[in-house]
Ligand binder design. Sequence first.
Ligand code: DAH
Length: 357
Amino acid sequence: MDDLKAKYLGQIADAGDEAALEAIRVAAVGKKGEVALKMRELGKMTPEERQVAGPALNALKDEINSALSAKKAALADAALDERLRTEWLDVTLPVRPSRQGSLHPISQASEELTAIFAEMGFAVAEGPRIETDWYNFDALNIPGHHPARAEMDTFYMHRDEGDNRPPHVLRTHTSPVQIRSMEKTGAPIRVICPGGVYRADYDQTHTPMFHQVEGLAIDKDISMANLKWVLEEFVKAFFEVDGVDLRFRASHFPFTEPSAEVDIRCSWEGGTLKIGEGDDWLEILGSGMVHPKVIAAGGIDPDEYQGFAFGMGIDRIAMLKYGIPDLRAFFESDLRWLRHYGFAALDMPNLHGGLSR
Ligand code: DAH
């Protein structure tokens, strides 16, 4: 027994990692380990012998077990010390002047799409993120009972009992900026409205706050053909490819008639997404000819004016362009992620110098 004890305590002291410890445990006190084999021999002993050997074997087993757990704790401590010694960060160090932060991919994508639409004569309009339900819904031809209200998982602002002001919501889309822009400038009008929007939703492709860009063009002779051209030019410029196939799929939105969802041709070959080739289609936006009721809600005469609108997910097209697989990472503020996916802060994208160098 003394030999066994010396052997195993020595091995435990020398063990370099958890795997080695486990091997020793199995050999010593495991079901078929040496101590168990010795215990089996107890049956062949005289009662007197057994009275001495039994407790001694149990004591040996206990001793080996506690040496094992002490060593295990010591190994874990040593591993932690090693990490603390090698992984450190001096937060008081000055920032390196060569790279003081970078542009978030959403900012970059917004700059890029703004540059592209600016070239086509679109101004940038903005609206509040806290909207009245009139701008967010009613003015867009989504009346109170309309299922779209429920579908959008809207965040409603708190109202005290007896507060009769109109209900406010966190805007669920950028479409209310259509109404605000028409009210402000009248027709003709050509604007894009990029910004944050909110819906109660969270998974790999949904976050409670995300970004859209709305487009609106109203004039006397604007048609679906203009919409198609504008979107084709945009997609070519944004994804920096010469040719793209777009598919206009008939759809339904309360604020457009007719309505179309637009898919872009792509391929997923080898697990990577390529725009402009292949046999797959990916939805990138909703669009259509603005409903006369919406034009009227914006204070413009729908008998005289008509036009198109579209709404596109900025995060979505940024994910596509830059190959970012999880939307949630956009909003986790992980510096390593930002360094990897960020863009040089002083490189303003423009169509002549290149969008994303
Ligand atoms: N507002 C829609 C949404 O958030 C997107 C949309 C569809 C906007 C069609 C439009 C449009 O302007 O014409 O899902």
